[in-house]
Design a protein around this ligand. Structure first.
Ligand code: NAI
Ligand code: MG
Length: 490
């Protein structure tokens, strides 16, 4: 029997309201919605259902904090200090936050504790250090003028995030925005509002002034839509589905907002015959099944050199068979439930399509258990490029294995997708690795590794996988305007 981690059986839900101007407020409409534990399908808490009225209040608070308030005027180094303090408070509460994330999202608590939380803390510290290192340049122009540039915050940032990494997406959005000097109105995903709300309280406890961070939980078309259309919002940063991004782009047109998008993918993970096949199999397994397959950069198309295909599929099958599904609160659980009924239904429908289109299901293929949104770790072999499971983002624990023979043809096939978020190659041939890195059109290339993230390394998509980059120094661009100042010296 696996041990359930004692202390986290009933995490405290402390915040369920909108956080606006430093105050906890019910939705103006009085409405609430249930947030569900995906492992049990039971309601954890009722949460304020924000919409237009609450977004209006939150934008007013963020505008005030930016235009008149302390944030815009505070010395950059002091802003950074408050961000470090927020990271420290999160670190002090790391176990409780990991538990809350696991409850609301379904991810194994041990994974939240070992992966999500350390990345959250690291991201905030990385950007805290940037706060006083954002500077312009002096520019040699013709004539007797002195010209320099200033990097100024873009203003009020509207941030809309998904449910797959609720706290980490919050950190990825808050970090660069705060460092750049922006104020924030965030709408967390309706599936997972709880940890973002807790982080808002910790930000206040850290001393970040009221109105700098505002959080309005609610649904996409209502709360999210109001944020996107609001004329007082200067910029929208969105992570989620490409279909939603298109709606956001249209809705943001009237106010010509700055937009950054981090969207989906159908990332190729390519196994050459000369690779360390055990390491490659472990990497392919992790690259797809991590986070229940709910990763924008999931390596969902595994291309294998036909000479090693059978041996490699055996290895993949062994790894998947031994993967531990179950209670996210058990210490050794590797895979929890999918986020909700809609994702659960979508994934099972893709498994049906895979079977109907003639792919061979090697392992899994069904629901797991009879309670919670669990789906077995599933591998399809014999997948061809035209099948739906090779083209669409499934966002679940479903791996497609495709064979390849010729290198140039492989590169073409790897690129035959509307997406371009990530790609990986496993090989001992350094020339092939660089050739792959140059020719595959994707924002991130991993060589002999997968899902290696660092706050300093830019992340984002080519093609329909996104616009702009998050993380690293590049991530600050989305939150900065460049001002050019010219002084007549004669
Ligand atoms: P979604 O894109 O609808 O939701 C993401 C966020 O956008 C949520 O906070 C949602 O409330 C908000 N939103 C939805 N409609 C909006 C609108 N009209 N205006 C403003 N905000 C809006 O994604 P969803 O429905 O949760 O998942 C659907 C599919 O999207 C998944 O199956 C997966 O393929 C993909 N997805 C990709 C993610 C990624 O990290 N790239 C994350 C989540 C989903
Ligand atoms: Mg949606």
């Amino acid at each position: 029997m696996a041990t359930v981690i004692e202390t986290i059986q009933a995490p405290q839900v402390q915040h369920t309201e909108c956080f606006i101007g430093g105050k906890w407020l019910p939705a103006a409409s009085g409405k609430t919605f249930a947030t569900i534990n995906p492992a049990t399908e039971e309601t954890i808490a009722e949460v304020a259902e924000g919409d237009q009225a609450d977004i209006d209040l939150a934008v007013d608070a963020a505008r005030k904090a930016f235009d008149q308030g302390p944030w815009g005027r505070m010395d950059a180094r002091d802003r950074g200090r408050l961000m470090y303090r927020l990271a420290d408070l999160i670190e002090e509460e790391i176990d409780e936050l990991a538990a809350l994330e696991s409850f609301d999202n379904g991810k194994p608590v041990s994974v939240a504790r070992a992966a999500d939380l350390p990345l959250v803390i690291d991201c905030l510290r990385y950007y805290a250090g940037f706060a006083d290192k954002i500077h312009g340049s002096t520019i040699p122009v013709r004539g007797n003028y002195f010209t320099y540039t200033r990097k100024e915050p873009v203003g009020v940032a509207g941030q809309i995030i998904p449910w797959n990494f609720p706290m980490l997406m919050t950190a990825w959005k808050w970090g660069p925005a705060l460092a750049a000097g922006c104020t924030i109105v965030m709408k967390p995903a309706e599936q997972t509002p709880l940890t973002c709300l807790r982080m808002a309280q910790l930000a206040q406890d850290a001393g970040i002034p009221d109105g700098v961070i505002n959080v309005v939980p609610g649904y996409g078309p209502t709360a999210g839509g109001a944020l996107v259309k609001h004329p007082g919002v200067d910029k929208i940063a969105f992570t989620g589905e490409d279909r939603t991004a298109k709606i956001i782009m249209r809705n943001a047109a009237d106010s010509l907002k700055r937009l950054t998008f981090e969207l989906g993918g159908k990332s190729p993970n390519v196994i050459l015959a000369d690779a360390d096949l055990d390491a490659a199999a472990a990497g392919a397994h992790f690259g797809l099944f991590f986070n229940q397959g709910q990763c924008c950069c999931a390596g969902s198309r595994v291309f294998v050199d036909e000479r090693v295909h059978d041996e490699f599929v055996d290895k993949l099958k062994d790894l998947a068979t031994n993967r531990k599904l179950g209670n996210p609160l058990c210490q050794d659980t590797e895979q929890g439930p999918q986020i909700d009924q809609a994702q659960f239904d979508k994934i099972l429908s893709y498994i049906d399509k895979g079977n109907a289109e003639g792919a061979r299901c090697v392992v899994g293929g069904k629901r797991f258990g009879d309670k919670g949104y669990f789906i077995e770790q599933t591998i399809f072999d014999g997948v061809t490029d035209d099948m739906a499971i090779a083209q669409d983002e499934i966002f679940g624990p479903v791996m497609s294995v495709l064979k390849y023979k010729d290198w140039d043809e492989l590169i073409d096939r790897a690129n035959q997708t509307f997406y371009g978020l990530a790609a990986a190659v496993w090989t001992s041939n350094v020339g092939k690795a660089h050739d792959f890195a140059r020719r595959v059109r994707a924002g991130t290339i991993w060589v002999n590794c997968y899902d290696v993230f660092d706050a300093a390394a830019p992340f984002g998509g080519f093609k329909m996988s996104g616009q702009g980059r998050e993380l690293g120094e590049e991530g600050l661009r989305a939150y900065s305007e460049t001002k050019t100042v010219t002084i007549n010296l004669s």
